[in-house]
Design a protein. Structure first.
Length: 411
């Protein structure tokens, strides 16, 4: 079987059409990321003009790094006068004021407010906020212990442990990550390429009547089926990792900074209640692995569909429709209180920020399991079901072609 795997990989996936699709979609992906930067970044000349980018990195040398009282005092010494001058909207609106950083008082005010004051204030205040969450969770533990509700007590104990000791001690440029964690376009492109590539894995033999040869191999071609599954998994992982690496590199280059990787995930305000105590760099790796696991589940579903038909059009349409149906359902239940309905959908792994954005738990025999653990377990179940269904479908097909009899010969 070891020799079959590279053969199946070359046969089904080393095609000019697939390579061309990957290259075309890669270019489209970079263009999309460029549009995200140009349309949203505070340092983009299309959003804030040509001055902010250079000024930001000049100020970043003074205010970046470890947050200290000295840096905060220096920043406030600049910001407070600007706040007072613009409070009553009577300051000059001219853009040639030599006593300003950008040529305009109002623009100075917004520059320091959005780029430094607000994010630094959030970072400085986070430690106290996390401690309040811990204190509230501990109060809840005592309450639920008194109410003889062990599950809620355990859940609050998990929350207290998760938030204990959280703090943001450094200020770094994290704007890239704000948009990187929200970016899903590449996942759709990877999914489409996988759907296109996987549809022919079991159909090619049917279309040429070569699937009858499975009857002449030991175990009814079981080794061939296993080789196809492994080759397909390698194809999915290759496509996914290529796009995830492209995403990270393109975001980093276009946003002009590789800083922030060591900052905690909860430095992003949207992840204030993050369910993982990891850095932004570690989260990028975890998210990539979980996304790949989600697309692997879809890949197994595509393979099962293709094994049920004799031409590629029907399973392609059904697979595409099912994929968009899962995307739609993920949008419907995203952020809702129906946790299980959200987690049973394998697409939640592909847009996994919902799993890690806040701490959610599911009760299992009276114990709270983090939602991301449950989502991975349910997706593993889906994967096992699809593999089992695929094995049965291939076996029935070979038995039908053999008239109900199976003849084994050594090849």
């Amino acid at each position: 079987m070891v020799r079959l795997i590279p053969f199946e990989f070359r046969k089904h996936f080393m095609k000019i059409s697939i390579i061309a699709a990957v290259l075309l979609f890669s270019a489209l992906n970079v263009v999309k990321i460029y549009s995200v930067h140009e349309g949203n970044s505070l340092l983009s000349k299309h959003v804030t003009g040509p001055l902010w980018k250079g000024l930001y990195w000049k100020m970043y040398k003074d205010f970046g790094g470890t947050i200290t009282d000295e840096k905060i005092g220096k920043l406030m010494a600049i910001y407070r006068p600007l706040e007072q001058q613009t409070a009553d909207l009577t300051a000059s609106t001219t853009h040639d004021n030599p006593n300003t950083y950008t040529g305009n008082v109002y623009e100075d005010f917004h520059f320091f407010r959005w780029c430094f004051v607000n994010p630094m204030k959030y970072a400085y205040d986070y430690k106290a906020y996390a401690q309040r969450v811990v204190n509230a969770a501990k109060d809840n533990i005592a309450f639920y212990d008194a109410m003889d509700n062990p599950y809620e007590a355990r859940k609050n104990a998990a929350v207290a442990e998760l938030f204990q000791g959280r703090a943001i001690t450094s200020f770094s440029y994290t704007e890239m990550y704000q948009y990187y964690v929200q970016y899903d376009f590449s996942a759709l492109l990877a999914l489409l390429i996988c759907l296109y590539g996987l549809m022919s894995v079991f159909l090619s033999e049917k279309e040429t009547e070569m699937d009858a040869l499975l009857l002449t191999t030991k175990a009814g071609g079981a080794q061939t089926v296993q080789a196809k599954l492994i080759a397909s998994s390698l194809f999915i992982c290759s496509v996914c990792f290529w796009f995830w690496l492209l995403d990270f590199a393109a975001f980093s280059v276009l946003f002009g900074s590789w800083d922030g990787a060591s900052s905690p995930l909860y430095v992003l305000e949207d992840f204030i209640h993050a369910s993982l105590n990891v850095s932004l760099g570690q989260y990028a790796v975890v998210s990539a692995l979980v996304k790949t696991a989600g697309i692997l589940v879809f890949g197994l579903a595509f393979l099962l569909l293709s094994s049920l038909f004799r031409n590629a059009l029907i399973p392609f349409i059904v697979g595409l429709s099912a994929s968009f149906g899962c995307i739609y359902m993920a949008e419907v239940y995203m952020g809702s209180g129906r946790v299980l309905l959200k987690l049973v959908n394998p697409f939640v792994l592909v847009v996994n920020r919902e799993l890690f954005r806040k701490a959610e738990f599911v009760a299992l025999w009276g114990y709270p399991l983090p939602s991301y653990v449950v989502a991975l377990l349910l997706s593993a179940v889906w994967g096992a079901v699809f593999i089992g269904g695929l094995t049965i479908a291939v076996r029935k097909n070979t038995l039908r072609k053999g008239g109900g009899k199976r003849v084994f010969v050594d090849v």
